[in-house]
Design a protein around this ligand. Structure first.
Ligand SMILES: Cc1ncc(COP(=O)(O)O)c(C=O)c1O
Length: 385
């Protein structure tokens, strides 16, 4: 049996070393060994977030950490701005509405980013905003919002907290939480972090802790003060995902062996460019402009004359190549090529070659090899790693 070549936005492939690390024997989460593992591992994750603050680990999907960020900072009736450029921005809207926040929605068409100028203009007439929520990488469209610039607008124009969903890019995109002025940055394990689903990461600025300390909305399992207090002693309030934390330690080894996090970011940038140039060479459209293209996922328009559902099914069945389809109104119109985490330029060459094989099966008119050569050119032109 072949295993599928998983080119999804997550869950993503898990490195063998991480799998082996996760198979270590269980231990008590109140033991000295756990305290050592927790302290050492979370310390090594800090450069990935670009923070000196504690990294809090919640045994959950990314959504729980997004919810924790919302419920711990804002109370019902308070005003927030949510920037939404796709399906996952709308997630944040739903969470905020569920908790009864007064939501001002800055909505952009799917496939576009929110610019600093647009945010500045949107915030201008608003005077009482408690928090601005944004998605760093919109997984449904492959947009990387200019989060550093958006943070600068929030910092200079308001006293609001800036809360960022980095679920589908942290670990593959640059993040300088402290320097950029992000107040809460969230991610999940199953994407660029090269782990199975089940672990959420969250870091909180000093400013945000002050707001959280004063917030009156009750939270129990997602009470961040409780996570902070326990983390001070190298532990978590409840039973943690111990196996995933073992795995996380191995992920940190891999990133450090790659030459540090900046090299990991450079690899993602390279893979993005390889995919984009391959599609352009094949005359297949891209949903997003180069300027705001995601380093972890590329949304690709349906090749002309091809039945997309049948094509994706065929790629999976015949070539074991598994791409993700479009979400919402983009279903049947785009497919999404994941290139994050445990994914290398060689994987891009493989996927483009198999994609080309499928295109030939579907009688798409092109010169075979065009996409592979274009991707290869980008790879060969990149600085030697
Ligand atoms: C940008 C973004 N935010 C949030 C989520 C939700 O994360 P989870 O499914 O781990 O709860 C996802 C999942 O794909 C995502 O891509």
């Amino acid at each position: 049996m072949y295993s599928n070549i998983l080119r999804h936005p997550g869950p993503t492939p898990i490195p063998k070393r991480v799998q082996l690390a996760m198979s270590q024997d269980m231990m008590s989460h109140r033991s000295e060994e756990f305290v050592h593992l927790f302290r050492e591992t979370t310390k090594r994750v800090k450069p990935i977030f670009g923070t000196k603050q504690e990294i809090l680990l919640i045994p959950s999907g990314g959504t729980a950490a997004l919810e924790a960020a919302a419920v711990n900072t804002v109370s019902p009736g308070e005003e927030v701005v949510v920037i939404t450029v796709g399906a996952f921005g709308n997630y944040f809207v739903s969470i905020c509405e569920k908790y009864g926040f007064h939501v001002h929605k800055l909505e952009k068409p799917w496939g576009e980013a929110c610019t600093a100028e647009e945010l500045a203009a949107f915030l201008k007439p608003l005077s009482n905003i408690k928090a601005v929520f944004a998605t760093y990488n919109e997984t449904s469209t492959g947009i990387l919002n200019p989060i550093e610039k958006l943070a600068a607008v929030v910092r200079t124009q308001t006293d609001a907290l800036f809360i960022v969903d980095g679920v589908s890019c942290i670990g593959g995109a640059p993040a300088e939480m402290d320097q950029w002025g992000i107040d809460i940055l969230v991610t999940g394990s199953q994407k660029a972090m090269m782990l199975p689903p089940g672990l959420a990461f969250l870091s909180v600025s000093e400013r945000a802790w002050k707001v959280i300390e004063e917030n009156k909305t009750p939270a129990y399992y997602l009470n961040l003060l409780s996570y902070r207090d326990w983390a001070a002693n190298g532990m978590t309030p409840n039973t943690p995902a111990i196996s995933l934390i073992y795995g996380l330690s191995a992920v940190c080894d891999l990133i450090e062996e790659e030459g540090g996090f900046s090299q990991t970011v450079a690899r993602h940038e390279l893979m993005k460019n390889m995919v984009r140039e391959a599609m352009k060479a094949l005359s297949i459209g891209l949903l997003t402009a180069d300027e705001h293209a995601s380093p972890t996922i590329t949304a690709i328009l349906c090749p002309e004359g091809v039945d997309l559902g049948a094509f994706l099914g065929h790629l999976k069945k015949k070539y074991h190549l598994d791409f993700a389809g479009g979400l919402g109104h983009l279903q049947g119109k785009i497919f999404r090529f994941g290139h994050m985490g445990y994914c290398f330029p060689s994987d891009i060459l493989e996927a483009v070659a198999l994609l080309e094989a499928g295109l030939q099966d579907f009688s798409y008119a092109f010169e075979p090899g065009t996409g592979v050569v274009a991707a290869q050119k980008v790879f060969l032109a990149a600085p030697k790693r």
